[in-house]
Design a binder for this molecule. Sequence first.
Ligand code: ADP
Ligand code: MG
Length: 277
Amino acid sequence: VRISYADLEKIQVLGHGNGGTVYKVRHKRTDNTYALKVVHGETDATVRRQVFREMEILRRTDSPYTVKCHGIFETPSGDIAILMEYMDAGNLETLLRSNGTFSESKLRDVASQILKGLTYLHSLKVIHRDIKPSNLLVDRKMRVKISDFGVSKIMCRTLDACNSYVGTCAYMSPERFDPDAYGGNYNGYAGDIWSLGLTLLELYMGHFPFLQPGQRPDWATLMCAICFGDPPGLPGGASEEFRSFIECCLQKESSKRWTAEQLLNHPFLCKDKKSDQ
Ligand code: ADP
Ligand code: MG
C-alpha cells in the first residue's frame, strides 16, 4: 500500500530529540500503526544534514534488526517526516527504567540481535556512531532493532574522515577522543562495538558504567576516565563467558576489539544455542 501523509492521524508523542519529534500515528484507511519522525524544515543546517543522512541510510537498509522505513514525506508546513514501523515496547533505556536490570540470558538475546544488526550495517559500510540504549527499539516480543541513523556514516575510501565528534559523548570509544593513542589505524566500525559493550553493561548494572548510580556526568572527568582509566567491567556474580564477552567489546585499543561477526561466535552467545537443543 502506498501511504499518503494526509491519511495519517497523530495519536501521541513517543519521543523528542534533536530538532524533531516522534509520533505514534494511525493510518486511517488500514488502521495500521506507525511511528512518524517529524523534523522541522526550518532547523539549522546540521539538523537538516542529519535528516538527509538518516533518510539515505534508511533507504539502503532492509533487515529484521534495523528499524524499517515506510516512506518519507514533506509535510504541508514544510517539515520533513520519516514514516517507520512502530516498535510497541519503546527503547532499551525506558525498558531498563520500567522493568529494572536485565538478566544474563535476556542480555544474550538482546546482544545477539544488536550484533546481527551491526553485522548487517557494517557489511553495508554503515557505521552507526550512536549506539546506546535509547536508540535501540523494542517490541513486546522482545525483538530489538537499531534505529536513529542521524549521525551515522557511510564509509568511503578515506577512513579518517570518520573521526568527527558526533554521537553521544558518553558512549564514545577512546579512539574517537584520541585516535593516535588508541587506534593508530582508525577503524570506525570498532567504535560501535565499544558503545555496544557500554550499553550491555548499563543494562546489566542499571547505571552508566563510568558513573556511580545517580551521579551526574561531568564531561571532562568522564572523558579522562574513558581515555586514561581502565575499561569498566562486570561486577562479581557474572559468568565467565559474559565477562569475557564484555572484555572483547571494551578493549581500549580499537584493533584488539572483536568485530560484530566475531562476537556473534563468542561462547557467551553460542552457549545458549547448545543448551536449547
Ligand atoms: P533522536 O534523533 O531525537 O534521538 P530517535 O530516532 O532516537 O530521535 O527517536 C527518539 C525516541 O522516539 C526514541 O528513543 C524512541 O523512544 C522513540 N521512537 C523513535 N522511533 C520509534 C519507532 N519507530 N517506534 C517507536 N518509538 C520510536
Ligand atoms: Mg535517539
